[in-house]
Design a binder for this molecule. Structure first.
Ligand SMILES: Cc1ncc(COP(=O)(O)O)c(C=O)c1O
Length: 391
């Protein structure tokens, strides 16, 4: 166990209130689809969680579809949504997406292009990792051929926000269904699904102090995807499978608490983030921030900072920090223990070396000023050692 955990964007510490609520449910029996008393009790718990989530995120309860997490939500929205649009009108073959999206979105889009009759219209992020609404407007030129457009609310690697209300309005104006991956935005940015006008929005439990393996897709009533998981017809017949009642209850508590804490937590974490950056600038030569230099509620997440450490390999830095009992990350996928160059930093900067020598530090609810002091104390020496090791 790392004594200092600074990888909250990968997954964060589960809330005690969530554990308590889930434990009580797990001791009880009941399938939410059964009509007997035990089943109805389970159903009531699910519906209460649906209401909690709807209230926190400005959605009607019926617009909340429970899933196994944001990966499934993104798949359902992109693949299910695009295939349905295509079935209505085969001219709608374009998926409009940026290369800085999470793999759940990117690989859904790529699957449609590789295995079905779709093509991808890439829309580029700017140097900070935000997607300028004007670029989405350009990419929608010839909107009748677009099946779906998508943009993440907050980037998981560099913390950049995009102006999702503006982008959603552009898509609505062009008559193109819009999906947003809001996984990193919940509890950080005000979300009002009703006024947003997006067709669908993905959330995940474990990024906000809820359980792993549960999430939701907020979906307008008009969302009628090609179903991806066939079975018992649960969740508006859109997503079959016995509902994970305990997980859903935990998700409801987590979303509701994250939303209540949002403003105070953003201020607190934004302050810690800026202090971290300022002090590391003084101690690490050549350090640059990938994304926004300072926390700005309009443009960046308060708890995510991505640092370019020229001359230091990211995987070496990670290992050395780990050996000091601290957890940070690259923010991008690892395969066979080797850190891949970050596609997000590549998309932002086009600089391969930079994408291999950048690390993400992400703060969360349990982060203390002491923990920030600890990483500031350790990182400069680690970077020095990684630079020497790399020659
Ligand atoms: C932006 C973003 N989208 C999607 C996901 C996938 O979420 P889940 O772990 O719930 O499948 C993550 C988590 O890694 C994420 O950060």
């Amino acid at each position: 166990m790392n004594q200092v955990y600074l990888d909250h964007a990968a997954t964060t510490v589960i809330r005690e209130s969530v554990i308590e609520a889930m434990t009580a449910v797990m001791r009880d029996v009941g399938n939410a689809s059964s009509t007997h008393t035990a089943g109805r009790r389970a159903r009531q718990r699910v519906e209460e969680a649906r209401e909690q989530i709807g209230e926190a995120l400005g959605a009607d309860p019926i617009e909340v579809i429970f899933t196994s997490g944001a990966t499934e939500s993104d798949n359902l929205a992109i693949k299910g949504g695009a295939l349905a649009r295509y079935a209505e009108d085969p001219r709608r073959r374009r998926i409009v997406v940026s290369p800085a999206e999470h793999h759940a979105v990117l690989d859904s889009a790529r699957w449609l292009a590789d295995e079905r009759d779709f093509e991808i219209t890439w829309v580029e992020v700017d140097g900070h990792g935000s997607l300028p609404p004007a670029r989405m407007r350009e990419a929608l030129d010839g909107a009748e051929s677009a099946a779906i457009a998508t943009a993440m609310w907050a980037n998981n690697e560099v913390g950049a926000l995009s102006d999702i209300p503006a982008i959603a309005a552009i898509c609505a104006g062009a008559g193109v269904p819009f999906h947003t991956d809001a996984v990193q935005a919940v509890g950080r940015v005000p979300i009002d699904f009703r006024s947003l006008g997006a067709s669908t929005l993905a959330i995940s439990g474990h990024k906000i102090g809820g359980p792993q393996g549960v999430g939701a897709l907020l979906a307008q009533r008009s969302f009628k995807p090609v179903v991806q998981a066939h079975g018992g017809g649960q969740e508006r017949r859109v997503r079959s499978g016995t509902l994970d009642v305990a997980g859903i209850v935990g998700l409801g508590v987590a979303v509701s608490e994250a939303e209540k804490e949002r403003e105070a937590e953003s201020d607190r974490l934004g302050g810690l983030r800026d202090e971290l950056v300022n002090r590391l600038h003084e101690k690490i030569e050549g350090l640059k921030v990938n994304g926004y230099e300072r926390f700005d509620a309009e443009r960046a997440l308060p708890g995510v900072v991505n640092l370019h450490l020229p001359g230091a390999a990211a995987d070496a830095v990670l290992m050395l920090v780990d050996s000091e009992g601290m957890a940070i990350s690259t923010g991008s996928a690892c395969s066979a223990g080797v850190t891949e160059p970050s596609p997000v930093i590549l998309a932002m900067t086009g600089d391969d070396a930079r994408s291999r020598s950048s690390v993400r530090i992400s703060l969360g609810r349990t982060t203390t000023p002491d923990e920030v002091d600890r990483i500031i104390a350790v990182l400069p020496d680690v970077v020095e050692r990684a630079r020497i090791a790399g020659g």
